[in-house]
Design a protein around this ligand. Sequence first.
Ligand code: 5RP
Length: 227
Amino acid sequence: MIEKQIAAQKAVEFVKDGMTIGLGTGSTVAFLINELAEKVKGGLRIKAVSTSSSTTHLASLLGIEVFDLNKVAMIDLTIDGADEVDENLDGIKGGGGALLYEKIVAKNSEQNIWIVDSSKLVKKLGKFPLPIEVIKFGSEKIYNNFADMKLNPQFRMKEGKKFVTDNGNFIIDLKLITIENVVETERLLKSMTGVVETGLFNKIADLVVVGVEDETITLKKRDQTKN
Ligand code: 5RP
C-alpha cells in the first residue's frame, strides 16, 4: 500500500455514523472515497458534500450520496489532501484546481483533516507553485501584474489550452520558491481585483494524517484560533 492510501485509511477512523462529511479532491482523497464507500455499503450512514466535479462523480459512482452545501446545516468533518504542509499546519492546496470549493467547504466545517504522504511535509511553504484562481476577464492583466511583482506567474495549461476550473475560471501558478509570511502573502494576493481565491490555506487544518512508509503519524494544530 502506498503512503497516500495508508493516510486515507487512517482518516476514515474519524468518520462516525450520522456525520456530514466534506470530501476534498485529488488522488489521496480518491483512496478515502473508496474506503468510505466500503463502509457505506456496510451500513455507515453519512451525508457528503463535494469540492469538485471529479469528487462528486467518484463518490456518486461508489454509492455515496452527495448533497449541495446550501442544503446541509454544517459539515462535521472535511477530509482533504494538500500539496504542501508546514510545521504550523498551514498549507498549499489547489494542485488539482479545486481550491475555491475546497476552501469554502473547509471554512464551513467543524473540523478539517488533511491526508498526505510524507513528501508533502515542508519546513517552509512555497516550493510547490502557489495556485491563484482568477476570473477569465482581464486575466492577462493580472498575469502581467504578477510578473511585475516578480512572482513568476504561469497560466496552468491542460491539453494545450488554459486550464478551466469547475467555476469557469483560470489558474495562474506562482513559482515563489519560499513564502516567508503566509498571512501577509494571502492578504496581498486576495486584495488584487480579479483574484477569486488563493491556494494558501492558513489555520484551516486541525489535524494532518501523514502516511510514512507503512505507518501514519498525526500532526495536531497547536493554535486553536480559527479565521
Ligand atoms: C486539489 C488539491 C489536492 O488536495 C492536492 O492537489 C493534493 O492532491 P493529491 O492527493 O493528488 O496529491 O488541493 O485542488
